[in-house]
Design a protein around this ligand. Sequence first.
Ligand code: GLA
Length: 681
Amino acid sequence: MNEGGGPLLGQRLPHVLYGGDYNPDQWPEEVWPEDVRLMGEAGVNLVSLGIFAWSRLEPTAGKFDFDWLDRIMNMLHEGGVSVDLATATASPPPWLSHAHPEMLPVLADGVRLWPGGRQHYCPSSPVYRDATKRLVEALATRYAKHPALAMWHVGNEYACHVPACFCDVSAAAFRGWLKQRYGSLEGLNKAWGTDFWSQRYSTWEEILPPRRTPTWPNPSQQLDFMRFSSDELLECYEIERRILNERTPGVPVTTNFMRFFKPLDYWKWAEREDIVSDDVYQDPLDPEAGMRAAMAGDLMRSLGRGRPWILMEQTPNRVNWRDVNAAKAPGQMRLWSLQAVARGADGVMFFQWRQSRAGAEKHHSAMVPHGPLQTSPTWREVVQLGGELRGLDAVCGSRIKADVAILLDWESWWALELPSKPSNRVQQIEQLEAFYRPLFQANVTADFARPGDDLSGYKLVVAPSVYLVSDEAAANLASYVEAGGNLVMSFFSGIVDPAEHIRLGGYPQPFVKMLGLQVIDWLPLGPGEVRLVRFGDGSTARGEVWSELIEVESAEVLATFIDSTLSGRPAVTLNRFGAGSAQYVGTHLDASALAVSLKAAWTRAGVKPVIDVPAGVEAVRRTLVDGSLLFLMNHSDAAVEVITAGGSVRLNGGDAATDGRVRLGPRDVAILHQSEVASPV
Ligand code: GLA
């Protein structure tokens, strides 16, 4: 039995979910029985059906054709495959935009985006919204009782092509959103600091989205427009979800996320999903692809507040949308699939089931490739993985315990990367990765959290350049430390409030007492520019991207700059605050120095790695009531041996690990059932 909740889709599908996007509407019906037969062979138990099928489901306005969908739903059910039924609203049919060209989205510079691709709709368009309502109502009514229906897949990758629309309809909606937020024009003028550059508004009608301007548009306006655009798309999702909840209560609803996707505040979105799902397309040419996928997995688990999530899309082999679409090495697809499971996924799905013959994605790989299956390594791996996942029912519903939280706040990310800053080289995801990297390499499991969340369950909290904080979030961080928590905060944190106004009183004003220092000035560094830093033990490090003039008050200095005008001034500090500690890092330390410094912080906080393993091996533990599942993943091209606690049972083939030794080939994965949670190193 697992801790925390059982299988994602309940007893109807008490297995790891396995399958992919299925677009039978692209194929003659004669192919369908073969599809279902092959799904059986591959162990597929769930497909995301008809994601782009609107023009087949509603060939002309208000005339629905569900006969073909009935036939394939029935066929899938008979073949033992459940359906994650799409609402099909991601690509409006030609008749809709032809009749209503005003529903097409407009860019900041006035360019209208035309049909012929997908996602060509203005999120605020009443035409689009009404049409989606009609379609979803018809679908939900028709399939409410269908035995194949297991979950709903709303839209698809919201905002992936069109994160915001700047048309007149959107402008009116933006004004409505602003009225709600500020109540009065005076409130808006104050929040947007409109006395700067003569921007004071005298009526609501004067307010526009931040369209293309001669120079930077008002930053507070831009930030509000990002909030609005995320909310506006969320409302599109909500319109559909409300209908589905009403017509099919109990059937879970999801929409697929895209890892660290800037335009949408996924914390807000995830609250409206029954199951978080994610699309992960690592580049096989990226040497850090494994780390990046782990980080995405940790984010998805955290967005769902620890609940299992679904890897909704990945590619079996090549994609088609990079300049060079590298093939996955043998075993890489299996490794990255099981890695998602290790990080909390209870479902492993692909884009897509059968490789398209026509259209823009015909060169994108699929579970069933164009060529003969007998000779296809992709198909062989797909079948093998399906078989392997069938033996992993034990993972379903199990949780992951992390002692470290990394803070990520979408509003702060948006604000940090608005233009006209001391440096545009401070990028949120790079800063997150800098801190995530050493944790990943040492196999210290981390969650992501918002600065305002209850952090009391974490021994260590890492705050990489959290530029914007609300009063409440700032107080929350201070009380976390005061109560005994350990915080590591990096430069350019706590600088502005939610209106993107500077917090006066000395940088970083809300954290001055907690950190025991003041930042007197920022000295950003250009590309290739380096500041040397020396730690107390004599070791030296490189600081890049950023440096600053720090004046300590109560903080102890852990490292100082040793060159430039900053020579002798603090670079890294530690302050005891209440019962806890707050470390501050005033530059972007090189990777090995940051690893040492962060390790000291997690050790001080009593955090331990999952297990000590050779470099290149990733280890994650999913907790069961009667022990745990230890995932060991070899990301390297060489065979390695891992020493684990004895008494483990290897769940997924390979040598048993009774003597505690586990051999892993290149890109190999071992999953060990350990009845006692072995005490970490
Ligand atoms: C996204 C989309 C899919 C498909 C894939 C191709 O994830 O959701 O429809 O276009 O990309 O990689």
